[in-house]
Design a protein. Structure first.
Lengths: 608, 78
């Protein structure tokens, strides 16, 4: 099939499909939102690049937080306090109150959908402790995490998928959304999307569009994320003029396998694993004398990077550290950590029974995203109102920013986020639909032109840069200039470097010009999205001249005036990055809770 | 009808990084040389749930489906 002919055919005849709602992404948030819509009788389409049960939600092991109080006493006030403190006070307290109060409801619902939670002897959902979650405002650890063995995300996704099948949600599997469609007034009217099997572009015209495309951790060289996490929703939103919020905040997991990124669970340190530097020293004793290797993720990650920066890294390039479990008996390793042994042998070439595992802090979770309120409505500054909903546009899960995680996320709050805000976005669509606020607005004549031009550019490009090389250049720049520890000079150089890579990304070339199942073209289209996220991250990070949560600058150290380097006077505010000209705006943090049932959590130093 | 190689290649996008990495190596080293029959077996294997597939690749669970066994053995070397 000649590609020129097919392109002409595309531009004159783009198929159009019409729905009440189109959801992009079929991970936890997308499926939870879809369920709300389908059960309300709305004609709902879910677009997904991969089969729903291959979404990255599957990889979430830890659990989902809810103050059920089944295993220890608990209260949503305490969960709220922990989340605000964990966020280093950058989280919006109205959204956080909403999330923690909805937690029990969404977990019980999931139980009714058939989710196989672990049980107490009395038959209730068993709950286990998790880092950062406490009772009585930080006094003691609490058991708040509801889990299904070590595959909570997997069980959750399967339960939600089955329920959607029952509700007749219409799935478009192996379709990639390309661009958001907006009219001149800024209303969102749907998306353009590419069917991988045919290579054809269609318009999905809808009254409501929900983005649930997950995170973009693959912008970093070292990432725990699956390949599919390319931030497609963020890229589409940014190109369509929607700002991205708080993109400087990325959580790094301390123990990714060096070179591969595969996660080694905190449980290994729980079983007695010890981090060592090139001298064999248990260096965490110096940084966290009490908790040592079990200190919180950001503390351990920063300590590791300090060791590397001061020349005590391991290996020929002194670029990683060692996670040592050789002192544990082989029986314990085989019995309690069999998966870890397999991962280490396969991805590091090391049998941890005999030698320590090379590890490095690895990008894991994106706290920022598409700005929303706790209703899941996408909000932007407009006509003096900093939180104006964009008609017809909603977002939930890791791609959205409600903002509940602020500058740092607590473990088990991510699965909670996608359940609560997936449902809430769905409820908002249904409410707006019933009230008549949502209507099928006419499509502009050029609704698909931008997407078609992107594809035409890829087809005609004869000289330029290979996609894989450009992606690697981006990942190396992000790793070096916007990693765990940030330095003023490196950030400034990083902005110039990432803009240069972004320029190169405008002339990527693909050798395979075929239409059907063209994975090279997929990679190129995904890179366009990743580049938007990378620019947002670097530019937002360079501008924020304080340390807060996961954003830690060398030139904003811990002082009596600015504990932990945090500067509430100047920086207690959300960043908004705009793609068109890379400019930044800011908006205040919602320090007031949603209701009068709880006092605001007052600013304090974040210590554990 | 011949199995569409591009379609099978896309099925190698999985939910977890462990599988992405193993399958990436397989695609780079073995995939192009697969016969039509081997390709069909590989595609059939890729219909597995990710946790089951990973368990077979890492050896914690035996592969009991005969037509998958050759591919699993190759994946275990990747």
């Amino acid at each position: 099939m000649g590609h020129t002919d097919s392109l002409e055919a595309l531009s004159v005849n783009v198929a159009k499909r019409t729905f009440d709602a189109v959801i992009v992404g079929a991970g936890g948030a997308g499926l939870r939102a879809a369920l709300q819509l389908s059960e309300a009788g709305l004609k709902t389409a879910v677009l997904t690049k991969v089969f729903p049960t291959r979404s990255h939600t599957v990889a979430a092991q830890g659990g989902v937080a809810a103050s059920l109080g089944n295993s220890t006493e608990d209260h949503w006030h305490w969960h709220m306090y922990d989340t605000v403190k964990g966020s280093d006070w950058l989280g919006d307290q109205d959204s956080i109150e909403f999330m923690v109060r909805k937690a029990n409801e969404v977990v019980i619902e999931l139980e009714h959908y058939g989710m196989p939670f672990d049980r107490t002897d009395a038959g209730k959902i068993y709950q286990r402790p998790f880092g950062g979650h406490s009772m009585n405002y930080g006094k003691a650890p609490v058991m708040r995490s509801c889990a299904a063995a070590d595959r909570t995300g997997h069980a959750m996704l399967h339960a939600l998928y089955q329920r959607n099948v029952r509700a007749h949600t219409q799935f478009f599997v192996e379709w990639m959304a390309l661009d958001l469609i907006r009219d001149a007034a800024g209303n969102v009217l749907g998306v353009t999307a590419l069917e991988l099997e045919t290579g054809e572009v269609s318009i999905f015209h809808a009254k409501a569009t929900v983005f649930a495309t997950g995170g973009a951790g693959r912008i970093f060289y070292s990432s725990t994320n699956a390949f599919t996490n390319t931030g497609d929703g963020l890229g589409m939103a940014a190109r369509a003029g929607i700002p991205l919020e708080d993109m400087e905040f990325w959580q790094f997991h301390p123990t990714g396998v060096a070179g591969a990124g595969v996660l080694i669970t905190e449980g290994v340190r729980g079983e007695g694993g010890i981090l060592r530097n090139s001298g064999g020293e248990r260096f965490m004793e110096r940084y966290a004398p009490n908790l040592k290797d079990l200190a919180s993720r950001d503390v351990v990650s920063r300590s590791m990077v300090t060791e590397i920066n001061e020349g005590r890294g391991c290996g020929p390039h002194k670029d990683h550290l060692l996670l040592d479990i050789t002192h544990l008996s082989p029986e314990v390793i085989m019995k309690r950590l069999p998966g870890i042994r397999e991962i280490s042998i396969r991805f590091a070439g090391v049998d941890p029974i005999k030698a320590p595992i090379p590890v490095v802090p690895t990008a894991h979770y994106q706290m920022g995203g598409i700005p929303t309120n706790f209703h899941g409505q996408v909000i932007v500054p407009k006509d003096g109102n900093l939180r104006t909903p964009v008609p017809g546009f909603y977002a939930a899960g890791e791609c959205g920013c409600a903002s509940v995680h602020g500058a740092n996320r607590l473990g088990t709050n991510s699965l909670l986020d996608l359940l609560v805000f997936g449902k809430s976005a769905g409820e908002s669509v249904v409410a707006d639909f019933k009230s008549g606020d949502l209507s099928l607005k006419p499509l502009p004549a050029d609704a698909a032109e931008f997407s078609l031009a992107r594809l035409a550019r890829l087809e005609s490009q004869q000289e330029g840069y290979a996609v894989a090389d450009t992606r690697l250049a981006m990942q190396r720049v992000m790793q070096k200039h916007a990693g765990v520890f940030r330095f003023n000079d490196l950030l400034k150089e990083g902005v110039a470097a990432i803009l240069k890579v972004a320029e190169a990304a405008k002339s990527t070339i693909i050798n395979d010009k075929s239409r059907v199942w063209n994975t090279a073209r997929q990679d190129a289209l995904e890179l366009d999205n990743q580049i938007e996220v990378a620019k947002a991250t670097m530019i937002s990070a360079e501008a924020r001249k304080e340390s807060r949560g996961a954003h830690v600058r060398d030139d904003a150290p811990d002082t009596p005036e600015h504990p932990n380097g945090r500067d509430d006077q100047n920086w207690l505010k959300h960043t908004l990055w705009y793609s068109a000209d890379n400019h930044l705006e800011y908006k205040p943090v919602q320090l007031k809770p949603m209701s009068d049932d709880v006092e605001p959590i007052a600013l304090a130093k974040r210590t554990y | 009808m011949a199995v569409e190689r591009g379609r099978v290649r896309w099925q190698c996008r999985r939910s977890m990084l462990e599988l992405d990495l193993v399958l990436e190596r397989f695609l780079a080293t073995e995939f192009d040389a697969l016969s039509e029959e081997q390709l069909a077996d590989f595609e059939d294997l890729l219909r597995c749930d990710d946790y089951d597939l990973w368990a077979m690749v890492n050896g914690s669970k035996p592969c009991e489906v005969e037509r998958w066994q050759e591919t699993i053995a190759r994946l275990r070397q990747c």
